[in-house]
Design a protein. Structure first.
Length: 309
């Protein structure tokens, strides 16, 4: 059953506009909705005409919104990792943790993990208070990286778990042959091993997010009538297909905004399509968002959701 909606696409195609309009329309139909921006360059508050931060703020009846503070989530992710490292390796604190984590803050993947844990927090802590959660996502590159993390990291953690099992098995052998060995004083059983337990916890979290993305999310890709956004939509489709994450709908936004020649790829033609005209006067209010006309997409989404029950 789909309770979570993601709007994906190239930067500038209108993800914030359509996600906020979609959330607003659901809310005005009596559904309790949270719309959350994951984009480091936030525009959700501008679209909804309200100042936002990292916690839900009421926009109007049935509609709350927030903008994830990515810098705070990076710091939170690193602090949790630091405390876990201290807990598991308290016997050896010669490591220069401050130096290590100052480097890790700028390491590849740190930002993606921060986004992933922010999604988990919204889904688990805030989600139960709402009928639906709508995500306004970053441009394609970052979105594909955090969507792929549960599957990719799950494989990595599974291998680490096997390695830890072999280490514990070797410890058991040494302790049995030489009870006086220092190894015998340490942990040799999986049920007591903090590292093994932590790996199991991470695997469970990643598996739950993988299920969220692949089974319980409505993935809508937005394109404009131009070749670049079409090409990026194809990339999204191909990458998500490899992750067993299906696309649910295609939104053709800003129709009529350009006279340049373009063609929708046949590879996207299987998706239900919803068209939105270019708003020449711009969007200046929440009522302007409603005038975009996302009801057909909303009705399709609600109908699809019923069939998943």
């Amino acid at each position: 059953m789909h309770d979570t909606i993601f709007f994906l696409g190239k930067g500038g195609v209108g993800k914030t506009t359509l996600s906020s309009a979609f959330a607003l329309t659901l809310a005005r139909k009596g559904r309790k909705v949270l719309v959350a921006s994951l984009d480091p360059a936030h525009n959700l508050g501008d679209a909804l005409r309200v100042r936002l931060n990292g916690e839900p703020k009421n926009v109007e009846e049935n509609l709350d919104a927030l903008e994830v503070n990515l810098a705070q989530w990076v710091d939170r992710y690193l602090e949790e990792s630091r405390e876990q490292l201290k807990l598991n390796y308290s016997y050896n604190m010669t490591l220069n943790l401050d130096s290590f984590f100052s480097i890790l803050k700028y390491s590849p993947g740190t930002e993606e993990y921060a986004v992933l844990w922010a999604i988990e927090d919204i889904h688990c802590r805030l989600g139960p208070s709402y009928d639906f959660v709508v995500f306004d996502t970053p441009p394609t590159a970052l979105s594909l990286r955090f969507l792929s993390l549960p599957a990719m990291s799950g494989l990595w953690v599974a291998e680490l778990t096997k390695l830890r099992e072999r280490i514990l098995k070797d410890r058991q052998t040494i302790a049995r042959l030489n009870p006086g060995s220092p190894v015998a004083e340490g942990c040799v059983d999986k049920s007591d091993d903090k590292v093994y337990g932590k790996l199991g916890s991470i695997r469970a979290r990643l598996a739950a997010l993988e299920v969220l993305f692949s089974k319980h999310s409505f993935m809508s890709v937005i394109v404009n009538p131009d070749e670049l956004s079409i090409s990026e939509a194809l990339r999204i489709k191909d990458d998500l297909s490899r992750l067993n994450i299906p696309l649910s709908a295609l939104c053709l936004n800003k129709q009529g905004g350009s006279e340049a020649a373009w063609q929708l790829s046949p590879e996207l033609s299987y998706l239900p399509q919803f068209t939105y005209n270019f708003s020449k006067g711009g969007i200046h209010s929440r009522d302007d968002l409603r005038s975009i006309g996302v009801e057909p997409l909303m009705n399709y989404f609600l109908g699809e959701r019923k069939t998943k029950r």
